[in-house]
Design a protein around this ligand. Structure first.
Ligand SMILES: Cc1cc2nc3c(=O)[nH]c(=O)nc-3n(C[C@H](O)[C@H](O)[C@H](O)COP(=O)(O)OP(=O)(O)OC[C@H]3O[C@@H](n4cnc5c(N)ncnc54)[C@H](O)[C@@H]3O)c2cc1C
Length: 380
Protein backbone atom coordinates (compact mmCIF):
# COMPACT_ATOMS: atom_id res chain seq x y z
CA UNK A 1 0.00 0.00 0.00
CA UNK A 2 1.33 3.44 -0.91
CA UNK A 3 -0.37 6.75 -0.08
CA UNK A 4 2.26 8.91 -1.84
CA UNK A 5 1.31 10.95 -4.86
CA UNK A 6 3.53 10.27 -7.87
CA UNK A 7 6.05 12.93 -8.93
CA UNK A 8 3.71 13.75 -11.86
CA UNK A 9 0.78 14.27 -9.50
CA UNK A 10 2.88 16.46 -7.21
CA UNK A 11 3.96 18.60 -10.16
CA UNK A 12 0.39 18.81 -11.43
CA UNK A 13 -0.79 19.94 -7.99
CA UNK A 14 1.83 22.66 -7.81
CA UNK A 15 1.23 23.82 -11.37
CA UNK A 16 -2.57 23.99 -10.95
CA UNK A 17 -2.26 25.98 -7.71
CA UNK A 18 0.27 28.39 -9.22
CA UNK A 19 -2.01 28.87 -12.21
CA UNK A 20 -4.95 29.59 -9.91
CA UNK A 21 -2.94 32.08 -7.86
CA UNK A 22 -1.73 33.92 -10.94
CA UNK A 23 -4.83 33.86 -13.14
CA UNK A 24 -7.82 33.40 -10.83
CA UNK A 25 -7.04 35.01 -7.46
CA UNK A 26 -6.76 38.58 -8.80
CA UNK A 27 -10.21 38.49 -10.48
CA UNK A 28 -12.18 36.11 -8.24
CA UNK A 29 -13.84 38.78 -6.09
CA UNK A 30 -15.03 40.95 -9.01
CA UNK A 31 -16.18 38.01 -11.12
CA UNK A 32 -18.26 36.72 -8.22
CA UNK A 33 -19.80 40.11 -7.59
CA UNK A 34 -20.55 40.77 -11.27
CA UNK A 35 -21.54 37.15 -12.11
CA UNK A 36 -18.87 37.25 -14.79
CA UNK A 37 -17.98 34.12 -16.76
CA UNK A 38 -14.26 33.93 -17.64
CA UNK A 39 -13.56 32.49 -21.13
CA UNK A 40 -10.06 34.00 -21.26
CA UNK A 41 -9.00 32.15 -18.09
CA UNK A 42 -10.46 28.91 -19.43
CA UNK A 43 -8.47 29.32 -22.66
CA UNK A 44 -5.23 29.94 -20.73
CA UNK A 45 -6.02 26.92 -18.56
CA UNK A 46 -6.45 24.85 -21.73
CA UNK A 47 -3.01 25.99 -22.95
CA UNK A 48 -1.67 24.60 -19.65
CA UNK A 49 -3.43 21.26 -20.11
CA UNK A 50 -5.96 21.89 -17.33
CA UNK A 51 -9.16 21.59 -19.40
CA UNK A 52 -10.44 18.07 -19.94
CA UNK A 53 -7.18 16.92 -18.35
CA UNK A 54 -8.69 13.49 -17.62
CA UNK A 55 -9.20 12.90 -21.37
CA UNK A 56 -6.49 10.69 -22.91
CA UNK A 57 -3.85 12.37 -25.08
CA UNK A 58 -5.12 10.74 -28.28
CA UNK A 59 -8.26 12.89 -27.97
CA UNK A 60 -6.39 16.06 -27.02
CA UNK A 61 -6.41 15.81 -23.21
CA UNK A 62 -3.47 15.72 -20.81
CA UNK A 63 -4.21 12.07 -19.96
CA UNK A 64 -3.80 12.61 -16.21
CA UNK A 65 -6.71 10.33 -15.34
CA UNK A 66 -9.44 10.90 -12.80
CA UNK A 67 -7.04 11.27 -9.86
CA UNK A 68 -5.03 13.90 -11.76
CA UNK A 69 -8.24 15.71 -12.63
CA UNK A 70 -9.36 15.58 -8.99
CA UNK A 71 -6.07 17.13 -7.91
CA UNK A 72 -6.44 19.91 -10.51
CA UNK A 73 -10.02 20.56 -9.40
CA UNK A 74 -8.94 20.69 -5.75
CA UNK A 75 -6.15 23.18 -6.39
CA UNK A 76 -8.29 25.49 -8.53
CA UNK A 77 -11.12 25.34 -5.98
CA UNK A 78 -8.68 26.21 -3.18
CA UNK A 79 -8.53 29.62 -4.85
CA UNK A 80 -12.01 30.00 -6.34
CA UNK A 81 -14.65 27.35 -6.91
CA UNK A 82 -16.65 29.39 -9.46
CA UNK A 83 -13.84 30.13 -11.91
CA UNK A 84 -12.37 26.72 -11.15
CA UNK A 85 -15.67 25.23 -12.28
CA UNK A 86 -15.50 27.19 -15.56
CA UNK A 87 -12.25 25.34 -16.23
CA UNK A 88 -12.99 21.82 -15.04
CA UNK A 89 -16.62 21.77 -16.20
CA UNK A 90 -15.74 22.98 -19.70
CA UNK A 91 -15.60 19.26 -20.47
CA UNK A 92 -18.82 18.48 -18.56
CA UNK A 93 -20.83 16.13 -20.77
CA UNK A 94 -17.70 14.82 -22.51
CA UNK A 95 -17.66 11.93 -20.02
CA UNK A 96 -20.69 10.47 -21.80
CA UNK A 97 -19.02 10.84 -25.19
CA UNK A 98 -15.74 9.37 -23.96
CA UNK A 99 -17.28 6.35 -22.28
CA UNK A 100 -20.08 5.60 -24.73
CA UNK A 101 -19.57 7.63 -27.92
CA UNK A 102 -18.20 6.53 -31.27
CA UNK A 103 -14.59 7.09 -32.27
CA UNK A 104 -15.74 9.80 -34.65
CA UNK A 105 -17.68 11.62 -31.88
CA UNK A 106 -14.69 11.46 -29.54
CA UNK A 107 -12.39 13.04 -32.12
CA UNK A 108 -14.95 15.63 -33.18
CA UNK A 109 -16.01 16.86 -29.72
CA UNK A 110 -13.34 16.08 -27.13
CA UNK A 111 -10.31 17.58 -28.87
CA UNK A 112 -11.67 21.15 -29.37
CA UNK A 113 -12.83 21.19 -25.73
CA UNK A 114 -9.35 20.26 -24.47
CA UNK A 115 -7.83 22.94 -26.72
CA UNK A 116 -10.10 25.57 -25.15
CA UNK A 117 -11.94 26.20 -28.43
CA UNK A 118 -15.27 24.68 -27.41
CA UNK A 119 -17.25 24.39 -24.20
CA UNK A 120 -19.46 21.41 -23.42
CA UNK A 121 -22.50 21.02 -21.17
CA UNK A 122 -24.50 18.14 -19.71
CA UNK A 123 -28.20 18.95 -20.05
CA UNK A 124 -30.11 16.56 -17.80
CA UNK A 125 -32.12 18.34 -15.09
CA UNK A 126 -35.57 19.66 -16.02
CA UNK A 127 -37.82 22.23 -14.33
CA UNK A 128 -40.00 19.43 -12.89
CA UNK A 129 -37.43 16.73 -12.27
CA UNK A 130 -33.90 16.81 -10.85
CA UNK A 131 -33.26 14.06 -8.34
CA UNK A 132 -35.82 11.87 -10.11
CA UNK A 133 -33.75 11.32 -13.24
CA UNK A 134 -36.33 8.91 -14.61
CA UNK A 135 -38.87 11.77 -14.53
CA UNK A 136 -37.36 13.82 -17.37
CA UNK A 137 -39.82 14.58 -20.16
CA UNK A 138 -37.78 16.08 -23.02
CA UNK A 139 -38.72 14.14 -26.15
CA UNK A 140 -36.57 13.23 -29.17
CA UNK A 141 -38.91 12.02 -31.91
CA UNK A 142 -37.49 10.34 -34.99
CA UNK A 143 -38.20 12.02 -38.32
CA UNK A 144 -36.35 10.63 -41.34
CA UNK A 145 -32.66 10.65 -40.46
CA UNK A 146 -33.11 13.19 -37.66
CA UNK A 147 -34.24 13.51 -34.06
CA UNK A 148 -36.65 16.38 -33.41
CA UNK A 149 -36.25 17.51 -29.80
CA UNK A 150 -38.82 19.32 -27.66
CA UNK A 151 -38.58 20.08 -23.94
CA UNK A 152 -36.92 22.15 -21.21
CA UNK A 153 -33.69 21.81 -19.28
CA UNK A 154 -32.96 23.66 -16.05
CA UNK A 155 -29.84 24.78 -14.11
CA UNK A 156 -27.43 23.73 -16.86
CA UNK A 157 -23.81 24.62 -16.09
CA UNK A 158 -22.29 26.38 -19.15
CA UNK A 159 -25.81 26.41 -20.61
CA UNK A 160 -25.57 29.87 -22.16
CA UNK A 161 -21.89 29.66 -23.18
CA UNK A 162 -21.54 26.09 -24.42
CA UNK A 163 -20.93 25.06 -28.03
CA UNK A 164 -22.68 21.73 -27.66
CA UNK A 165 -24.48 19.77 -25.00
CA UNK A 166 -25.23 16.15 -24.26
CA UNK A 167 -28.99 16.13 -23.66
CA UNK A 168 -30.99 13.45 -21.88
CA UNK A 169 -34.12 12.75 -23.98
CA UNK A 170 -36.89 10.18 -24.26
CA UNK A 171 -36.54 8.64 -27.72
CA UNK A 172 -38.34 5.36 -27.05
CA UNK A 173 -41.58 6.47 -25.35
CA UNK A 174 -43.18 3.03 -25.67
CA UNK A 175 -40.47 1.40 -23.59
CA UNK A 176 -40.54 1.18 -19.79
CA UNK A 177 -39.35 4.44 -18.17
CA UNK A 178 -35.69 3.49 -17.61
CA UNK A 179 -35.36 2.00 -21.08
CA UNK A 180 -36.88 5.00 -22.84
CA UNK A 181 -33.96 7.44 -22.51
CA UNK A 182 -31.16 8.24 -24.92
CA UNK A 183 -28.30 10.72 -24.80
CA UNK A 184 -28.00 13.00 -27.80
CA UNK A 185 -25.36 15.59 -28.76
CA UNK A 186 -27.06 18.89 -29.56
CA UNK A 187 -25.06 21.77 -31.11
CA UNK A 188 -25.84 24.93 -29.14
CA UNK A 189 -26.47 26.94 -32.32
CA UNK A 190 -29.12 24.53 -33.64
CA UNK A 191 -32.33 26.25 -34.74
CA UNK A 192 -35.04 26.19 -32.05
CA UNK A 193 -32.76 26.41 -29.00
CA UNK A 194 -33.52 29.18 -26.52
CA UNK A 195 -30.96 29.76 -23.77
CA UNK A 196 -31.53 31.99 -20.76
CA UNK A 197 -28.68 32.67 -18.36
CA UNK A 198 -29.89 32.43 -14.76
CA UNK A 199 -28.90 35.25 -12.42
CA UNK A 200 -28.85 35.56 -8.65
CA UNK A 201 -27.15 32.35 -7.54
CA UNK A 202 -26.14 32.17 -3.87
CA UNK A 203 -22.58 31.11 -4.74
CA UNK A 204 -20.26 30.08 -7.62
CA UNK A 205 -21.61 33.20 -9.29
CA UNK A 206 -18.86 33.41 -11.91
CA UNK A 207 -19.95 30.05 -13.32
CA UNK A 208 -22.56 30.06 -16.03
CA UNK A 209 -25.93 28.44 -15.30
CA UNK A 210 -28.83 28.51 -17.76
CA UNK A 211 -32.28 27.32 -18.62
CA UNK A 212 -32.56 25.78 -22.08
CA UNK A 213 -35.67 25.27 -24.20
CA UNK A 214 -35.79 22.98 -27.21
CA UNK A 215 -38.47 23.87 -29.75
CA UNK A 216 -38.46 21.43 -32.67
CA UNK A 217 -34.67 21.23 -32.57
CA UNK A 218 -33.49 18.99 -35.39
CA UNK A 219 -30.26 17.02 -35.05
CA UNK A 220 -29.04 14.03 -37.10
CA UNK A 221 -29.60 10.61 -35.52
CA UNK A 222 -25.86 10.02 -35.78
CA UNK A 223 -25.62 12.38 -32.74
CA UNK A 224 -26.93 9.59 -30.53
CA UNK A 225 -24.33 8.81 -27.85
CA UNK A 226 -23.98 5.10 -27.13
CA UNK A 227 -27.01 2.89 -27.49
CA UNK A 228 -30.58 4.06 -27.91
CA UNK A 229 -32.57 3.29 -24.75
CA UNK A 230 -29.42 3.10 -22.58
CA UNK A 231 -29.44 6.80 -21.67
CA UNK A 232 -30.59 6.26 -18.08
CA UNK A 233 -27.79 3.80 -17.34
CA UNK A 234 -25.22 5.90 -19.18
CA UNK A 235 -26.25 8.88 -17.03
CA UNK A 236 -25.78 6.86 -13.84
CA UNK A 237 -22.26 5.96 -14.96
CA UNK A 238 -21.64 9.61 -15.87
CA UNK A 239 -22.52 10.71 -12.31
CA UNK A 240 -20.23 8.05 -10.89
CA UNK A 241 -17.33 9.85 -12.56
CA UNK A 242 -18.37 13.48 -12.24
CA UNK A 243 -19.18 13.13 -8.54
CA UNK A 244 -15.48 12.56 -7.95
CA UNK A 245 -14.75 15.88 -9.68
CA UNK A 246 -17.28 17.65 -7.46
CA UNK A 247 -15.68 16.02 -4.42
CA UNK A 248 -12.38 17.55 -5.58
CA UNK A 249 -14.05 20.96 -5.38
CA UNK A 250 -15.07 20.14 -1.81
CA UNK A 251 -11.51 19.23 -0.79
CA UNK A 252 -10.12 22.47 -2.24
CA UNK A 253 -12.72 24.75 -0.68
CA UNK A 254 -12.47 23.02 2.72
CA UNK A 255 -8.67 23.25 2.68
CA UNK A 256 -8.87 26.97 1.87
CA UNK A 257 -11.24 27.51 4.80
CA UNK A 258 -8.92 25.62 7.15
CA UNK A 259 -5.75 27.45 6.03
CA UNK A 260 -7.39 30.85 6.24
CA UNK A 261 -8.95 30.13 9.64
CA UNK A 262 -5.60 28.98 11.07
CA UNK A 263 -3.91 32.14 9.79
CA UNK A 264 -6.61 34.39 11.22
CA UNK A 265 -6.60 32.57 14.56
CA UNK A 266 -2.89 33.39 14.93
CA UNK A 267 -3.32 37.07 14.03
CA UNK A 268 -6.50 38.01 15.86
CA UNK A 269 -6.33 38.51 19.59
CA UNK A 270 -9.11 38.43 22.19
CA UNK A 271 -8.74 38.82 25.94
CA UNK A 272 -5.05 39.52 25.39
CA UNK A 273 -4.12 36.34 23.54
CA UNK A 274 -4.39 34.96 19.96
CA UNK A 275 -7.69 33.22 19.20
CA UNK A 276 -5.76 30.09 18.29
CA UNK A 277 -4.45 29.75 21.83
CA UNK A 278 -7.96 29.05 23.13
CA UNK A 279 -9.07 25.44 23.23
CA UNK A 280 -12.49 26.23 21.76
CA UNK A 281 -10.78 27.59 18.64
CA UNK A 282 -8.34 24.70 18.54
CA UNK A 283 -11.27 22.27 18.70
CA UNK A 284 -12.88 23.92 15.67
CA UNK A 285 -9.64 23.88 13.67
CA UNK A 286 -8.94 20.29 14.67
CA UNK A 287 -12.40 19.18 13.61
CA UNK A 288 -11.90 20.91 10.25
CA UNK A 289 -8.45 19.37 9.72
CA UNK A 290 -9.64 15.83 10.50
CA UNK A 291 -12.58 16.14 8.13
CA UNK A 292 -10.44 17.53 5.30
CA UNK A 293 -7.89 14.75 5.71
CA UNK A 294 -10.58 12.04 5.80
CA UNK A 295 -12.29 13.54 2.75
CA UNK A 296 -9.10 13.74 0.69
CA UNK A 297 -8.14 10.16 1.51
CA UNK A 298 -11.59 8.84 0.59
CA UNK A 299 -11.90 10.83 -2.64
CA UNK A 300 -8.35 10.14 -3.85
CA UNK A 301 -9.03 6.45 -3.27
CA UNK A 302 -12.27 6.61 -5.29
CA UNK A 303 -10.41 8.41 -8.11
CA UNK A 304 -7.41 6.08 -7.97
CA UNK A 305 -9.72 3.05 -8.21
CA UNK A 306 -11.30 4.44 -11.42
CA UNK A 307 -7.85 4.93 -12.96
CA UNK A 308 -6.87 1.42 -11.85
CA UNK A 309 -10.00 0.15 -13.68
CA UNK A 310 -11.47 -1.09 -10.40
CA UNK A 311 -14.13 1.61 -9.88
CA UNK A 312 -16.12 1.62 -6.66
CA UNK A 313 -19.06 3.87 -7.28
CA UNK A 314 -20.42 3.56 -3.75
CA UNK A 315 -17.16 5.07 -2.59
CA UNK A 316 -17.61 7.88 -5.15
CA UNK A 317 -21.10 8.61 -3.73
CA UNK A 318 -19.68 8.52 -0.19
CA UNK A 319 -16.98 10.99 -1.24
CA UNK A 320 -19.56 13.33 -2.72
CA UNK A 321 -21.72 13.12 0.41
CA UNK A 322 -18.79 13.66 2.77
CA UNK A 323 -17.48 16.40 0.46
CA UNK A 324 -20.63 18.49 0.72
CA UNK A 325 -20.80 18.01 4.49
CA UNK A 326 -17.12 18.83 4.99
CA UNK A 327 -17.23 21.95 2.83
CA UNK A 328 -20.35 23.31 4.54
CA UNK A 329 -18.89 22.51 7.97
CA UNK A 330 -15.48 24.06 7.23
CA UNK A 331 -16.93 27.19 5.61
CA UNK A 332 -19.23 27.69 8.61
CA UNK A 333 -16.39 27.20 11.09
CA UNK A 334 -14.13 29.57 9.11
CA UNK A 335 -16.79 32.30 9.19
CA UNK A 336 -17.25 31.76 12.95
CA UNK A 337 -13.52 32.01 13.63
CA UNK A 338 -13.47 35.29 11.68
CA UNK A 339 -16.33 36.61 13.84
CA UNK A 340 -18.12 39.66 12.42
CA UNK A 341 -15.41 40.12 9.78
CA UNK A 342 -16.30 36.72 8.41
CA UNK A 343 -19.70 38.10 7.53
CA UNK A 344 -18.28 40.89 5.39
CA UNK A 345 -17.53 40.52 1.73
CA UNK A 346 -13.96 41.78 1.99
CA UNK A 347 -13.15 38.44 3.62
CA UNK A 348 -13.13 35.44 1.29
CA UNK A 349 -14.68 33.14 3.91
CA UNK A 350 -18.13 34.67 3.41
CA UNK A 351 -17.91 33.76 -0.29
CA UNK A 352 -16.73 30.24 0.49
CA UNK A 353 -19.68 29.89 2.87
CA UNK A 354 -22.03 30.75 -0.04
CA UNK A 355 -20.10 28.58 -2.51
CA UNK A 356 -20.01 25.52 -0.25
CA UNK A 357 -23.76 24.83 -0.25
CA UNK A 358 -23.92 23.89 -3.93
CA UNK A 359 -21.77 20.85 -3.09
CA UNK A 360 -24.75 19.40 -1.21
CA UNK A 361 -27.09 20.13 -4.10
CA UNK A 362 -25.66 19.52 -7.57
CA UNK A 363 -24.45 16.28 -9.08
CA UNK A 364 -26.90 14.58 -6.74
CA UNK A 365 -28.25 16.15 -3.57
CA UNK A 366 -26.97 14.78 -0.28
CA UNK A 367 -30.25 12.88 0.01
CA UNK A 368 -29.65 11.36 -3.44
CA UNK A 369 -26.20 10.19 -2.30
CA UNK A 370 -27.71 8.64 0.82
CA UNK A 371 -30.26 6.81 -1.35
CA UNK A 372 -27.47 5.53 -3.64
CA UNK A 373 -25.32 4.32 -0.76
CA UNK A 374 -28.31 2.99 1.20
CA UNK A 375 -29.51 0.88 -1.73
CA UNK A 376 -26.09 -0.75 -2.05
CA UNK A 377 -25.98 -1.52 1.69
CA UNK A 378 -29.43 -3.08 1.52
CA UNK A 379 -28.46 -5.25 -1.45
CA UNK A 380 -25.61 -6.91 0.48
C1 LIG B 1 -25.61 25.99 -9.83
C2 LIG B 1 -26.21 24.73 -10.34
C3 LIG B 1 -25.59 24.05 -11.38
C4 LIG B 1 -26.17 22.89 -11.89
N1 LIG B 1 -25.60 22.27 -12.99
C5 LIG B 1 -26.27 21.28 -13.61
C6 LIG B 1 -25.83 20.75 -14.87
O1 LIG B 1 -24.78 21.16 -15.40
N2 LIG B 1 -26.58 19.81 -15.48
C7 LIG B 1 -27.73 19.33 -14.94
O2 LIG B 1 -28.36 18.50 -15.57
N3 LIG B 1 -28.17 19.78 -13.74
C8 LIG B 1 -27.47 20.74 -13.08
N4 LIG B 1 -27.93 21.23 -11.88
C9 LIG B 1 -29.15 20.69 -11.30
C10 LIG B 1 -28.93 19.89 -10.01
O3 LIG B 1 -28.25 18.71 -10.28
C11 LIG B 1 -30.33 19.67 -9.40
O4 LIG B 1 -30.77 20.93 -8.91
C12 LIG B 1 -30.31 18.65 -8.29
O5 LIG B 1 -30.09 17.36 -8.83
C13 LIG B 1 -31.62 18.63 -7.50
O6 LIG B 1 -32.72 18.58 -8.35
P1 LIG B 1 -33.94 19.59 -8.13
O7 LIG B 1 -33.37 20.94 -8.03
O8 LIG B 1 -34.96 19.33 -9.16
O9 LIG B 1 -34.51 19.22 -6.69
P2 LIG B 1 -35.61 18.05 -6.35
O10 LIG B 1 -35.25 16.82 -7.08
O11 LIG B 1 -36.96 18.61 -6.56
O12 LIG B 1 -35.34 17.86 -4.82
C14 LIG B 1 -35.77 18.78 -3.83
C15 LIG B 1 -35.40 18.22 -2.47
O13 LIG B 1 -36.09 16.98 -2.27
C16 LIG B 1 -35.16 15.95 -1.97
N5 LIG B 1 -35.64 14.67 -2.49
C17 LIG B 1 -35.93 14.35 -3.77
N6 LIG B 1 -36.33 13.07 -3.84
C18 LIG B 1 -36.32 12.59 -2.58
C19 LIG B 1 -36.63 11.31 -1.99
N7 LIG B 1 -37.03 10.27 -2.73
N8 LIG B 1 -36.50 11.18 -0.66
C20 LIG B 1 -36.08 12.22 0.12
N9 LIG B 1 -35.76 13.44 -0.38
C21 LIG B 1 -35.87 13.60 -1.72
C22 LIG B 1 -33.87 16.40 -2.61
O14 LIG B 1 -32.73 15.76 -2.04
C23 LIG B 1 -33.91 17.88 -2.33
O15 LIG B 1 -33.48 18.13 -1.02
C24 LIG B 1 -27.35 22.38 -11.31
C25 LIG B 1 -27.95 23.05 -10.24
C26 LIG B 1 -27.41 24.21 -9.76
C27 LIG B 1 -28.10 24.93 -8.65
Amino acid sequence: MNFDLTEEHKMLKEMAYKFAQAEIAPIAYDCDKEEKYTPEVRKKAAENGLVGAWIPEEYGGAGVGILGNTIITEELSRVDMGIGLNIVAASFGCEAIYFFGSEEQKKKYLTPVCRGEWVAAGAFTEPNAGTDVSGYRTRAAKDGKDFVINGNKMFITNGSVCDFMVAQCISLPDQKRHASFSQIIVPADAKGIIRNKLHGKMGIRSSDTAEITFEDVRVPQENLVGKEGRGFYQLMHFFDITRIMVSGQAIGLSQACLDTAIKYSKERTAFGAPLGSYQLTMAKLTDMAIRVEALRTLVYKAAWLVDAKKPDYTLAAMGKYLGGQTAVFCANAAVEIHGGYGYMDEYAVQKWYRDAKILELYEGTKEAEIMTIGRVLQSK
